[in-house]
Design a protein around this ligand. Structure first.
Ligand SMILES: Nc1ncnc2c1ncn2[C@@H]1O[C@H](COP(=O)(O)OP(=O)(O)OP(=O)(O)O)[C@@H](O)[C@H]1O
Length: 256
């Protein structure tokens, strides 16, 4: 059984201003196995975030079903950690307090919170910054705090919506290496939204290439390139070319 099962999902959004509806997803079916690293790749507006939000439980499909671990998703849950493009940290809390934020909400004592936070702070390579505030860190470091916060809940699935979109190329590449290591160490399952072809190939075990309006899965690719991924290798570039072909707009049917 797959850990995540998305079956024939359609999501329509009402557009009352225009008296119509937007079909953000159209009959999307995706299965994600435990320990997979799935990248959802496609142009702006193809429904990547909509699909991620359905798995997170922030939204419900108009038709079809979304299950994680065999359970139908109706709301957010501790089995799914979410990392957004902006790390949404509390500016008045230190790094370790931000990482342990969910435990504070659960009324867990300070000593246990501190200890648990430390484990994940070290996992994301932020040792020494425990008592810094978000404003004292770089964008990449803040994003790592957000990742540590999601990992601390030990979720079965980590959902990431363009988490490195705001970072410069150099930092992004460092974060890719870091995230692959974290994914391996924590043996988690990741669904990662991106519009970057190279990013999807640097990270994923699978890439779901989506097409725009209505959002559909054009193809699910298995990426079995050796790690660390070498973006100059012929195999990497062959796969990149294949994805570029898939991302080209589908030709309109020509009347006979
Ligand atoms: N809450 C909403 N109400 C109305 N329309 C919506 C809503 N959320 C998304 N949409 C529409 O659904 C479509 C898919 O949006 P979505 O944000 O999922 O795309 P995306 O692939 O994540 O785009 P981007 O890469 O630009 O973030 C778009 O046409 C968008 O306008």
């Amino acid at each position: 059984m797959s850990l995540i099962e998305i079956e024939h999902v359609t999501r329509l959004f009402d557009d009352p201003k225009r008296g119509s509806a937007v079909k953000a997803l159209d009959d999307v079916s995706v299965h994600v196995a435990r320990n997979d690293f799935l990248c959802l790749l496609g142009p702006s507006g193809c429904g990547k975030s909509t699909l991620l939000n359905l798995i997170a439980g922030f939204d419900k499909p108009s038709s079809g079903s979304v299950r994680v671990g065999g359970q139908s998703i109706t709301a957010p849950g501790a089995d799914r950690g979410v990392v957004f493009q902006q790390p949404t940290l509390m500016p008045w809390l230190t790094v370790w307090e931000n990482v342990a934020f969910h435990l504070t909400m659960q009324g867990v004592g300070k000593e246990i919170r501190r200890k648990k936070a430390q484990h994940y702070i070290e996992m994301v390579n932020l040792k020494g910054f425990e008592n810094h505030y978000p404003s004292e860190l770089s964008g990449g470091m803040n994003q790592r705090v957000g990742i540590a916060r999601a990992l601390l809940m030990n979720p079965e699935v980590i959902l990431m919506d363009e988490p490195f979109g705001a970072l410069d190329e150099q930092t992004k590449m460092e974060m890719h290496a870091e995230l692959v290591r974290i994914w391996r160490d924590s043996q988690s399952t990741i669904v990662f939204v991106t519009h970057g072809i190279e990013e999807s190939l640097a990270l994923g075990t699978h890439v779901a290439v989506m097409s725009a309006r209505p959002g559909r899965i054009r193809e699910m690719l298995t990426i079995d390139l050796p790690r660390p991924r070498d973006s100059t290798s012929p195999q990497f570039n062959d796969t990149k070319r294949r994805i570029l072909q898939l991302l080209r707009p589908e030709p309109m049917a020509v009347p006979a």
